[in-house]
Design a protein around this ligand. Structure first.
Ligand code: KG4
Ligand code: ZN
Length: 347
């Protein structure tokens, strides 16, 4: 089956054609994956401006879908379903992709499948590497989310923990902003950190011990918290004259060391606790060079297979949404045409 995926949850307009291969070990292949990034538009404002994002999605969506079909040498009659991100995300942005997908499904008679954005990030690992050994612990780490999931069966995602405050990518973006490094912060801090000493600045890492009153079903000790780290960076900068280039690099390296070691530590504690046979990391922050390198080193030392998607599949894209939608179709799940966008959709 060949399907169309559509993703517009934040600031990338993306469409992709993915098809099933018939091979259980590598179930899907990508025929096209077109991403129109809005980063240059939002950079001027230091972050994503929701109203500008939805307006730009409106301008881009038709052309991006056309391009994805063209690149895949595919026409509408070749398709078997339309998969679209239903949430979570910015509601105005989500509505553009969802409305397009509903209209296309209605006009073509194709089934519609509403997809959870984080299921997409998780399936980006399988899209890249094929099926991984289960049970697997997957860390989804992006600008909006930092969560650990346990996957015991393909397509079933059990939430183990999440951040109590800022997402890791959000912390990168906020720290970059306070250092005057521009938006998005992740790639620039990643680059500068390579030039700095990661032990130069002592910064706190938060370990939570109690369950969150808002989520008593989770044990809580695998949760993340990055707002204290961000505040510590702010305090460090405020108490000093303007930092030199090498001091900025040291601060970036020290900040990145705390973020990466926290993420990896918690993922491997979860892996041990749930006797996982693999550890995956997905989402925009999985593009981070130190996270990728340390994950491999840590996994190799413990003989634990580790997986990250390629850079192109790390950040938001529609191929991962198509893949997650194919999981749902395989389980016999499609969506009615009256589904609505849900900014806080639960997985
Ligand atoms: O998954 P994504 O594209 O969008 C969301 O769903 O949020 O993730 C974007 C986030 C941003 O916060 C960005 O700063 C971060 O991913 N990011 C990085 C890197 N590249 C992107 N963070 C750390 N290191 C990177 N190399
Ligand atoms: Zn994302």
């Amino acid at each position: 089956m060949r399907v169309l995926g559509i993703e517009t949850s934040c600031d990338e307009t993306s469409a992709s054609v993915v098809e099933t291969t018939g091979d259980d070990a590598r179930p899907w292949s990508i025929r096209s994956n077109v991403v129109a990034s809005q980063v240059p538009i939002h950079r001027e404002w230091g972050g994503v401006v929701p109203e500008l994002a939805s307006r730009q999605h409106l301008r881009d969506i038709c052309g991006v879908v056309d391009r994805a079909l063209l690149d895949a040498t595919t026409t509408w009659p070749d398709l078997g379903a339309i998969m679209v991100t239903q949430g979570p995300g910015l509601v105005g942005s989500l509505l553009v992709g969802l409305s397009f997908a509903k209209a296309a499904a209605s006009a073509s008679g194709l089934p519609l499948v509403g997809v959870h954005h984080l299921a997409g990030h998780i399936e980006s690992i399988v899209l890249e590497h094929g099926e991984v050994p289960l049970p697997s612990v997957v860390l989804v780490v992006s600008g909006g989310h930092t969560s650990l999931y346990l996957i015991e069966r393909p397509g079933e995602y059990q939430l183990l923990s999440r951040t109590r405050d800022d997402a890791a990518g959000e912390a990168y973006d906020k720290v970059a902003r306070l250092l005057g490094l521009g938006y998005p912060g992740g790639p620039v801090i990643d680059r500068l950190a390579k030039l700095g000493n990661d032990r130069a600045v002592s910064l706190p890492s938060t370990r939570l011990t109690h369950a969150d009153r808002n989520a008593p079903q989770l044990k809580g000790d695998l949760d993340f918290s990055f707002s204290g780290l961000k505040t510590a960076v702010l305090r460090y900068v405020k108490g000093r004259p303007p930092l030199s280039e090498s001091e900025v690099a040291d601060l970036c390296a020290s900040f990145q060391r705390v973020v990466v070691t926290t993420l990896i530590d918690r993922a491997f504690v979860a892996a041990r606790r749930y006797q996982a046979r693999s550890v995956g990391v997905a989402g925009g922050v999985s593009a981070n060079s130190r996270l990728r390198a340390d994950l491999k080193t840590y996994g190799d030392a413990r003989e634990m297979p580790t997986y990250v998607p390629s850079l192109k599949l790390s950040t938001d894209n529609a191929a991962m949404i198509a893949a997650a939608g194919l999981r749902k179709i395989a389980a016999g799940i499609t969506s009615p045409l009256d589904i609505n966008a849900d900014a806080a959709l639960a997985l």
